[in-house]
Design a protein around this ligand. Structure first.
Ligand code: AKG
Ligand code: FE2
Length: 350
């Protein structure tokens, strides 16, 4: 299940330096094939600093603790105490890229996932059915949405993996099955032939999941075998972003034994897609943290970034002068600038 021929390796392509940030061909790749692997979205320094923070946060590769980590629990989640993590989660170039893909304004996006987790390379052998080293091919929608993704031409969310390492150093490419077009058998809805959906048990490990299908659903096992045959593999670099969708077949592949891969996963949805859940505690829950990270973040963000957390945008009918004064009283001491909201309010005369 490792990449053999060069045409199965996907190299990142550069984002635009000014404007965009995604190029027409990156947008077309996401829209038609279901993904784009993009470089140059973020300042190198931000990525470098976040990598340092994350390396200090997680167990060392050769520790016993590292060997026990076999899934994506216990990562860093938004809002973290690290400014770098929060800055990357709401980086304007990332928001603009997601807005381009979903064809909405940045302030009509909502953040529903931001977590960073380590993956440790471990020797092969039976690692258990929930192990994430060599994942079964899957789609991500089941643990993001209460319903089923809308038709392909009406995407409701963008998923992102920002890699903080180089694939050539650590392995662990993400395997993806590019969609061939509207008649592609692999992408005919409903997409239910995957572990954890309907009466199929949730199994993460590839060998054990496929064994289950061979035993219980041989026709589905044959279908899934075609997915593995069609995989391509991300040759990511430090700072590359994989932009994909909740309805794209993909999976994590094994790391080099003894290696550590750090990756930051995010999802942005369209504001009105209430059926797509936020994966973490509600953002206001962090207002209980003694370090006041969330208050400081809200106070310092730009209006469109606040809006991505659900804070009403300037001009939103939510606002009247009383509410604005109260919110200003709350965050003003931390540097909140109410003027964009006040200006929009003066236009509407409320
Ligand atoms: O680790 C990867 O490259 C992909 C992970 C993934 O698809 C998942 O955990 O859902
Ligand atoms: Fe996934």
């Amino acid at each position: 299940m490792q990449p053999e021929s060069k045409d199965r390796l996907i190299e990142p392509t550069a984002a635009l330096v000014d404007g965009g940030p995604l190029t027409e061909s990156q947008i077309a790749s996401w829209r038609h094939q279901g993904f784009a692997l993009v470089d140059g979205l973020f300042p190198r320094e931000l990525i470098r600093n976040l990598l340092e923070v994350a390396q200090a946060r997680f167990p060392e590769v050769d520790s016993d603790e590292a060997q026990l980590r076999n899934d994506f629990g216990d990562g860093m989640t938004f809002p973290d105490e690290s400014d770098e993590f929060n800055d990357l989660s709401l980086h304007l170039r990332l928001l603009e890229a997601s807005a381009q893909l979903l064809e909405v304004s940045v302030h009509d996006l909502r953040l529903t996932q931001s977590d960073l987790w380590p993956k440790y390379g471990r020797p092969s052998g039976d690692r258990g059915r929930f192990d994430n080293q060599d994942q079964r091919i899957h789609v991500d929608y089941p643990n993001h949405t209460l319903t089923h993704p809308a038709s392909w031409s009406q995407p409701e969310a963008v998923e992102v993996i920002i890699y903080l390492c180089d694939q050539t150093d650590v392995g662990g490419a993400t395997a993806i099955v590019p969609r061939k077009g509207p008649l592609d058998e692999a992408y005919m809805p409903p997409m239910v032939n995957t572990p954890g959906v309907g009466d199929v048990p949730w199994i993460n490990d590839r060998l054990q999941a496929e064994e289950w299908f061979v035993q219980h659903r041989p026709d589905v096992a044959a279908f899934r075998a075609t997915l593995y045959e069609r995989e391509v593999y991300t040759q990511y670099k430090t700072g590359s972003a994989l932009l994909y969708r909740h309805d794209v077949w993909h999976r994590g592949t094994p790391l080099a034994s003894g290696a550590l891969r750090l990756a930051h996963n995010l999802t942005f949805k369209k504001a009105d897609a209430s059926w797509i859940s936020t994966l973490h505690p509600g953002w206001a829950w962090a207002m209980y943290q003694p370090d006041q990270r969330m208050e400081r973040l809200i106070a310092g963000l730009r209006p469109e970034q606040r809006s991505v957390l659900g804070f009403p945008f300037p001009g939103d009918p939510y606002w009247d002068m009383e509410k604005l004064r109260a919110v200003e009283a709350r965050y003003g001491p931390l540097g909140f600038d109410a003027s964009p909201y006040r200006k929009a309010l003066s236009w509407t005369g409320r």
